[in-house]
Each structure stands twice: as structure tokens, then as C-alpha cells.
Ligand binder design. Structure first.
Ligand SMILES: *[C@@H]1O[C@H](CO)[C@@H](O)[C@H](O)[C@H]1NC(C)=O
Ligand SMILES: *[C@@H]1O[C@H](CO)[C@@H](O)[C@H](O)[C@H]1NC(C)=O
Ligand SMILES: *[C@@H]1O[C@H](CO)[C@@H](O)[C@H](O)[C@H]1NC(C)=O
Ligand SMILES: *[C@@H]1O[C@H](CO)[C@@H](O)[C@H](O)[C@H]1NC(C)=O
Length: 184
């Protein structure tokens, strides 16, 4: 327990270092007037969605379809996707996204997602962000709430913006650029 009093100092120094390495600063202000987020994370979500030895998804239920042309209603997918520093599939792995996506709309392509972002590098190693959300696939930028976290992100709140970007391997790899604004 002798380390206990030093821990906050160490953690904040490490956060600062990580900030310099992976993160750009931001001037975004919380709508509720909470000031700048503590941390802005910028990274890429890589999902290997084709069937194959390196697939990062498992489809548990195929879509049932819905009235009015919903093509995803009833689908359920489990993912263990990759968080990488860049768009290149060989760029540095900094964590995983482990969770579920369910097609929940009878009338459009809305999903309900439950994702744990699990960091495995740098100052955020071992920390997680829990992100819920209701992405509608047609939207260019999808916003999801960050509802909590663990480790460095204990009691975190914030929001995550994601955007599908051009993939080097469109039949195999889904590539999403993510900006997360976190108060913690
Ligand atoms: C799966 O990943 C391994 C290790 O990265 C790689 O050598 C192999 O080519 C990949 N296979 C496919 C089908 O992408
Ligand atoms: C489904 O969408 C297609 C193409 O937009 C349209 O032609 C068709 O009428 C729609 N069907 C229903 C049941 O809404
Ligand atoms: C489907 O379309 C019909 C006719 O436009 C509408 O009355 C109904 O509310 C729609 N159902 C859903 C679940 O969106
Ligand atoms: C991350 O944490 C795990 C568990 O504490 C440790 O085994 C691993 O070496 C750490 N990785 C890095 C890159 O610090």
C-alpha cells in the first residue's frame, strides 16, 4: 500500500505521455459546459468480417428482415475487433473492441451496440471504455455515448464519433476512424 499515494501522480504523468504519443489536443467543449474533455483519443477500428481463420466476428443470428425494408432486424453479431493506431492492417495494435451488435429496427438499418474498448498499450493498458449506442448505418458520422470505464477511465463519460473510411481490402476488412472525447 506504500505506492498508493504515488499512484495518482504516476497515472497522470503516464496519461500525459500517452497523450503526446497517440492523441491530439482538442478544443471541443461539452454541451453542458463541463469544459474540455480530459482526453481525446483518435484511432482506427479494424474488423475482419469475411469468414476465414482471421475473422474477428461471429454471426449468431442472421437477419429476419422487417417490414418496410429493414434488412438487418433480428441479426446478432459478436465481435472481437482490433483497435489500431493507423489505417494499415499492420499498424500498431493498441486494443480490442469486444461486444455485440444487434439489428433492432423494423423500419431501417439501426443497430444497438454494446462495445467494451479494451486498451492493451501505453498508459491506458488494462483500462476500458464502455460504449453503448444506436448506430444507423446510413449516417456518415455515428455518435455513441461513452457510459463508463475502468482503470484510468473509471467513472468516465463522454462521446465517440465514428466514420467508415475507405478500406484497402473492402471484401474482408471494415475500417472505421474513431474520435473519442472522454471526461474522466
Ligand atoms: C491471418 O493472419 C496471419 C497472421 O497475421 C497471416 O499470416 C495470414 O495470412 C492471415 N490469413 C488470412 C486469410 O488473411
Ligand atoms: C423496399 O425498397 C425498395 C427499393 O427502395 C422499394 O422498391 C420497395 O417498394 C420497398 N418495399 C417495401 C415493402 O417497403
Ligand atoms: C411500415 O410502413 C407503414 C406504411 O408506411 C407504416 O404505417 C408503419 O408504421 C411502418 N412500420 C414501421 C415499424 O416502421
Ligand atoms: C499491459 O498489461 C499487461 C497486464 O498487466 C502486461 O502483461 C503487458 O506487458 C502490458 N503491455 C504493455 C505494452 O505495457
Amino acid at each position: 500500500m506504500s505506492m498508493a499515494s504515488r499512484t495518482p501522480y504516476l497515472v497522470s504523468s503516464l496519461v500525459f505521455l500517452f497523450f503526446l504519443l497517440f492523441v491530439s489536443s482538442t478544443a471541443v467543449v461539452d454541451a453542458r459546459g463541463h469544459g474540455n474533455p480530459t482526453t481525446h483519443l483518435h484511432f482506427y477500428f479494424h474488423e475482419v468480417f469475411s469468414n476465414g481463420p482471421n475473422s474477428t466476428i461471429a454471426r449468431l443470428a442472421e437477419p429476419h428482415g422487417g417490414v418496410n425494408n429493414s434488412s438487418y432486424f433480428g441479426s446478432l453479431t459478436v465481435v472481437d475487433d482490433m483497435i489500431r493506431e493507423g489505417t494499415d492492417p499492420s499498424s500498431r495494435l493498441i486494443g480490442r473492441v469486444q461486444g455485440l451488435a444487434a439489428g433492432v429496427s423494423l423500419s431501417d438499418s439501426t443497430f444497438l451496440t454494446l462495445f467494451d474498448f479494451v486498451f492493451t498499450e501505453g498508459a491506458f493498458n488494462g483500462s476500458t471504455l464502455l460504449v453503448l449506442g444506436r448506430p444507423l448505418l446510413e449516417l456518415v458520422v455515428i455518435e455513441r455515448p461513452i457510459v463508463s470505464g475502468t482503470g484510468v477511465f473509471r467513472m468516465a463519460s463522454g462521446y465517440m464519433l465514428s466514420k467508415i473510411i475507405e478500406s484497402p481490402d473492402p471484401n474482408n476488412l471494415l475500417l472505421i476512424e474513431i474520435d473519442a472525447y472522454v471526461w474522466h
